[in-house]
Design a protein around this ligand. Structure first.
Ligand SMILES: Nc1ncnc2c1ncn2[C@@H]1O[C@H](COP(=O)(O)OP(=O)(O)OP(=O)(O)O)[C@@H](O)[C@H]1O
Ligand SMILES: O=P(O)(O)OC[C@H]1O[C@](O)(CO)[C@@H](O)[C@@H]1O
Length: 323
C-alpha cells in the first residue's frame, strides 16, 4: 500500500494529535504517502484533503484538539455523500484510510468499508471510553484527570460552606468518566446510566453521611442519567431536603480540552503506529485497541455493537469507600 489517508471525526479528544503524529511519522518511515482530510468525513466528501509530511505534525504531541479539525458530518449519513467521499479517495489513488473517532465514526467506517470494499482501520478516539475492543479510548484518561482537578477544587468550597454539590460530567450514555472521577475524587455518590439510582437512594445516601456528622457532600452525575441532568436531579432532591445548601456544577467541554496526559500520548502513539502497520499488512474493517497491554483488532461492527459494561468492582467500591 503506497497512499493512505487519515481523518479525525466526532468529538475531539486529547491525544488525537499524538495519534495523527504517529500515523504520519509511521507512514513516512515506511515510504508511504499520507493525506489528511479536514473536518472528518466532510473533508473527504468535499475533497479537502492535503498531503502531510513529517514536519506537518511537528510539535503537536502535547496539543489538545485536532489539527485536522473534526465534525459531526450530516452529509456522510446520505448515500450521495459517501459516494462522493469514495470518488475523492479513488481519484487520488488513496488505497487505505485511518479514522480516529468514537462509536459513530466506527459505525460510519464499517458502513463505508463494507459498501466500497475499502480498507479502513479505526482508532478509538473519544473521551467517553464507550467502545468495546479496547480497555481505554484516546482522551478518556485526560478527561478524567481534568474532571478530578475540578472536583478537588469544588471540594474546598463544599467543605468550607457545608454544601452539597451535584457535579455533572460528560460521557454521553456511558458512566466511565463519572465512575472514575467519583472514585478518584472521593465522591459520596456516583450516578451512572448503567445502574439505577433513584432520588430516594440519593437522599438516603446523603442522610447516612449527615448521620455520621459529614457536613459536605459531592455527588457525581453522568450526563446520560435516567433521572436527568445534575440540575434536574438537584431540583428533585431539593424538594425533599430544604435545610441544605445545594449547588450544581456542569463541567462540560472543559473535559474535552487541554494537553493530553502521558497515558493518552503513549496510547495514541501506539495505536497510530500499529494502525499504519495493520493497513500495510492487509488488515481492514477493524478497530485497533489495546487490551491488557496487547494490541488487538476487533471487527468494526463488533466494536460498535457490543456493550462495554462498567467494571462491577468500581461500582461496588463507591458505596464501601463512602461508609
Ligand atoms: N450510521 C452512520 N452512517 C453514516 N455515517 C455515520 C453514521 N453514524 C455516524 N456517522 C458519521 O460519523 C460521524 C461521527 O459520529 P458521532 O457524531 O456519533 O461521533 P463519535 O464518533 O461517536 O464521537 P464521540 O464519541 O466523540 O461523540 C457523524 O457525524 C457522521 O458523519
Ligand atoms: O460537543 P458536542 O457536539 O455537543 O458533543 C457533546 C458530546 O460529545 C462528547 O463529549 C464525546 O462524545 C460526549 O461526552 C458529549 O455528550
Amino acid at each position: 500500500m503506497k497512499k493512505i489517508a487519515v481523518l479525525t471525526s466526532g468529538g475531539d479528544a486529547p491525544g488525537m494529535n499524538a495519534a495523527l503524529r504517529a500515523v504520519v511519522r509511521t507512514a513516512t518511515y515506511y515510504g508511504m504517502e499520507v493525506y489528511g482530510a479536514k473536518r472528518g468525513f466532510d473533508g473527504l466528501i468535499q475533497g479537502d484533503i492535503y498531503k502531510m509530511k513529517s514536519y506537518s505534525v511537528s510539535n503537536i504531541i502535547s496539543l489538545g484538539g485536532t489539527i485536522l479539525k473534526t465534525a459531526r458530518s450530516v452529509d456522510f449519513h446520505a448515500q450521495e455523500g459517501r459516494d462522493k467521499a469514495y470518488e475523492q479517495l479513488q481519484s487520488r489513488g488513496i488505497e487505505g484510510l485511518i479514522v480516529i473517532g468514537g462509536d459513530g465514526s466506527m459505525m460510519a467506517s464499517d458502513r463505508f468499508s463494507k459498501a466500497y470494499d475499502f480498507p479502513i482501520i479505526g482508532i478509538p478516539g473519544t473521551i467517553n471510553n464507550d467502545l468495546y475492543g479496547t480497555d481505554f479510548t484516546i482522551g478518556f484518561d485526560t478527561a478524567v484527570n481534568t474532571a478530578l482537578d475540578a472536583i478537588d477544587k469544588i471540594r474546598d468550597t463544599a467543605n468550607s460552606h457545608d454544601r452539597i454539590f451535584f457535579v455533572e460530567v460528560m460521557g454521553r450514555d456511558a458512566g466511565y468518566i463519572a465512575i472514575q472521577t467519583g472514585i478518584g475524587g472521593g465522591a459520596e455518590l456516583v450516578m451512572v446510566p448503567e445502574t439505577e439510582t433513584s432520588i430516594q437512594d440519593v437522599i438516603s445516601t446523603l442522610q447516612a453521611g449527615w448521620d455520621r456528622a459529614k457536613s459536605a457532600s459531592i455527588v457525581v452525575t453522568a450526563e446520560g442519567n435516567a433521572e436527568g441532568s445534575a440540575i434536574d436531579i438537584a431540583q428533585k432532591v431539593k424538594s425533599h431536603i430544604n435545610n441544605k445548601d445545594i449547588k450544581i456544577t456542569t463541567l462540560g467541554h472543559i473535559q474535552r480540552g487541554g494537553s493530553p496526559s502521558a497515558f493518552d500520548r503513549i496510547l495514541s502513539s501506539r495505536l497510530g503506529l500499529n494502525a499504519v502497520e495493520a493497513l500495510r499488512s492487509g488488515k481492514k474493517g477493524v478497530m485497533i485497541g489495546i487490551i491488557k497491554d496487547e494490541v488487538v483488532y476487533t471487527p468494526l461492527d463488533i466494536a460498535v455493537n457490543t456493550p462495554k459494561p462498567l467494571n462491577d468492582e468500581l461500582v461496588r467500591m463507591v458505596e464501601i469507600l463512602n461508609s
